[in-house]
Design a protein around this ligand. Structure first.
Ligand code: PHE
Length: 359
């Protein structure tokens, strides 16, 4: 055995036996580094005669190639083994319950809005939004509430100071009905939307806060009647309260932007001194509604002979109180963590119709 073959088998054996990357690197430096044995052998080639080089050269080159390949291979094997070991030690059981630690809860207002969006999505309604800082025209005039209309006084509006040269007076919207206008002006009928959001009125006691939440509904299509309105409200309230024994009472009412207008009460039963929705021992007013006034349809540039529709508006906070049993509206906006913990909902329980929207 020549010196080169002996060196080769020795190095290959050492490489095969190296059991970590540092050992492999040490062998590489020792063989192929600047001061390495193979490097030294390669250097001797320069000093050889042509014949000698022809004789010994191929073996030295073979030595270099074999050792380089063996090192690369050993390195890849060790790296793969390290990765396998790491993957095995970092294995996660995805079927275990998540430990998410302390988390916040979903506010009942958000919960109810999510429930309503889910219920109405199932009926083919999409969600529309509009600005909370609104102009006079969208909040009042286009809704058939002209400047001198007494309904303006009823709304206890927060107005912004007049700005010289401004085209319109700005205000905090007093209801979500201006979203009806914005939708009809931006979207071609047929229209089926709900519009949840904050509204503002200068009013404050146990059942009124200066900011509260409404949800508006609007349907515009051909041949829409009061029957469609009644069915939609009945379907929605049954799904929302998750009861089939919901009794509705429709009373004639007045809103400038609907004609005829209908106020809707929902029946309750007294159970252990508590009002429970369902039955008809007494009545609670839950929403205002009606057939969209032709003047409103006209104000949005649509032909009332062709397009009709219905609209409704209801208080989200009030719906939350009726469904989940809170008594003081002001607590909704105090940000008291104890209240939120008690009345809040788990962030992971997304309302679905199949699961029962409030479950
Ligand atoms: N905007 C009305 C209110 O705030 C509610 C309503 C909406 C009534 C749509 C009829 C139709 O009281």
């Amino acid at each position: 055995m020549t010196e080169t073959t002996a060196l080769k088998s020795g190095l290959l054996a050492d490489i095969a036996a190296a059991n970590n990357l540092a050992a492999v690197e040490e062998l590489r430096v020792g063989a192929l580094g600047k001061q390495g044995v193979i490097t030294a052998l390669l250097k001797t080639l320069g000093g050889m005669s042509a014949d000698e080089r022809l004789e010994k050269g191929p073996a030295i080159q073979d030595l270099r190639e074999s050792v380089t390949a063996a090192i690369a291979e050993r390195k890849a094997t060790l790296e793969q083994a390290a990765l396998d070991a790491r993957l095995a030690s970092e294995k996660l059981d995805m079927t275990l319950p998540a430990d998410i630690g302390p988390v916040g809860s979903v506010h009942p207002v958000s919960q109810v809005m999510d429930e309503l969006a889910e219920i109405f999505a199932d009926l083919g309604f999409s969600v529309a939004t509009g600005p909370e800082i609104e102009d006079d025209w969208h909040n009042f005039t286009a809704l058939n509430i002209p400047e001198t209309h007494p309904a303006r006084a009823m709304h206890d509006t927060f107005y912004f100071p007049d700005v010289d040269g401004a085209a319109q007076r700005m205000l905090l919207r007093t209801h979500t009905s201006p979203v009806q206008i914005r939708t009809m002006m931006n979207q071609k009928p047929p229209i089926r939307i709900i519009a949840p959001g904050r509204v503002y009125r200068s009013d404050s006691d146990a059942t009124h806060t200066p900011m509260f939440h409404q949800i508006e509904g609007l349907v515009i299509d051909r041949g829409i009647t009061l029957g469609h309105l009644k069915w939609t409200l009945e379907t929605f309230l049954k799904a929302f309260f998750e009861r089939d024994d919901i009794v509705l009472r429709l009373r004639p009412s007045y809103f400038p932007f609907t004609e005829p207008s209908v106020e809707v009460d929902v029946g309750y039963t007294m159970v252990n001194g508590q009002r429970v929705i369902g039955g008809s021992d007494g009545w609670l007013e839950v929403l205002g509604s009606g057939m969209v006034h032709r003047k409103v349809i006209e104000a949005c540039g649509l032909d009332p002979e062709e397009w009709q529709g219905f609209a409704f508006g209801t208080g989200v906070d009030r719906l939350a109180m009726l469904k989940y049993g809170m008594t003081d509206l002001r607590a909704f906006f105090d940000g008291d963590l104890r209240w939120l913990k008690h009345y809040g909902f788990s962030a992971l329980d997304v309302p679905t119709l199949s699961g029962g929207v409030g479950a």
